[in-house]
Ligand binder design. Sequence first.
Ligand SMILES: O=C(O)C1=C[C@@H](OP(=O)(O)O)[C@@H](O)[C@H](O)C1
Ligand SMILES: C=C(OP(=O)(O)O)C(=O)O
Length: 429
Amino acid sequence: MLTTTKVKQVAGEITVPGDKSISHRAVMFSSMAKGKAHISGFLPGADCMSTIDCFRKMGVVIDHARGDQVTVDSQGMDGWLEPANILDVGNSGTTIRLMAGILAGRPFHSVLIGDESIAGRPMNRIAQPLRELGARIDGRGGGEFTPLSIRGGGLQGIEYHSPVASAQVKSAILLAGLQASGTTTIYEPHLSRDHTEAMLSSFGVKLETFAGGVSIEGGQTLQQQEEIHVPGDISSAAFLLAAAAIVPGSNLLIKNVGINPTRTGILDVLIEMGAKLEIQNEREQSGERVADLYIEHAPLRGIEISGEIIPRLIDEIPVIAVIATQAEGRTVIKDAAELKVKETNRIDVTVAELRKMGASIEPTDDGMIIEGPRPLQGAACHSHGDHRIGMAMAVAGLVAEGETTVSGAAAIDISFPGFGELLAAVVER
Ligand SMILES: O=C(O)C1=C[C@@H](OP(=O)(O)O)[C@@H](O)[C@H](O)C1
Ligand SMILES: C=C(OP(=O)(O)O)C(=O)O
């Protein structure tokens, strides 16, 4: 259980754990390449540990002796063993969908399962295009749900128009396309995070990105990277930025955060809402933009958030709703129906939990509407097993009268181990 109470200030200089999306890909791509890679800044969260576990089951030697340091030693994809047992992705949507794309190209049989939350998340969004590429994929409910059974190999490139702006869909198809004959092209309605494209490029794979999509030529070999540096996760930084944005008198510096433009919607939103935010010391590291983020509290106003920005802040919406409760006026979040198929239905769960604290928040078909500012009262909140909900409610507790308890806080370890301790270190009571 995590408990928070009203604080006087949020202040300090901190770093946050490594980026989850980039950590997954660092393990995946160095396992696909032949040779040894060292990863620093790796996120030792439960989701990325699930990814490590899957590759170990195929014979890749992965050493994770210290928190954020990982060494991968692989024979390359052609040297992987057909897994003798099921591959368990735990709570990780990124692991199951990207693994499915990778395994679709392997000439063997594999079975992917996950936890209860994964069991309810849609898989035909990847299984159907992977079948078009030639993989044999089946699962419960006509292939929509886990367990997913994959018999891969013999792929042929396709052209695919994705109905959703999803990096997991795009990545699964690109990773299968890399193992197919001919060209694979994927079009997406808005640009989703492009860490797969960026990291594949640093492994020497040629991709062609253009407005609306990306193409990959099959049969290319990944060149092992000796060193991969993972920046701090902007999606984790978002909870601390939100805390500083809503608690009057706050000032916080978060160093070494990834600021890939496909992820910085939260920064655009904070600036538009009126927070004083500075992006300092911008630089490049392992093919990704990195910077230090400085934020000061300032009066906030409600805004509309919709369209192309949604995929650039999709995981930050629960905490954006928390910020909106403290902003003057109405915040409208639209075009975010994808929230319904995350670890929980994040529209319903965000609304239910924030209402317990006295927020004025209405769910809509594709988002939510929040009226602010509203004084919040401490409440008995629940993560519903969703890390981002747990952290969002803990942040809301920093401006609420009385005590806010978050049960099911263990889920926070999925993406942000040490969150409670870090938050405690920057608040002044
Ligand atoms: O590719 C990734 O690393 C991710 C993509 C997003 O999911 P979708 O692709 O389903 O939008 C995001 O919500 C998830 O946390 C991580
Ligand atoms: C949706 C998320 O992750 P995943 O899809 O990998 O489970 C998340 O981290 O908020």
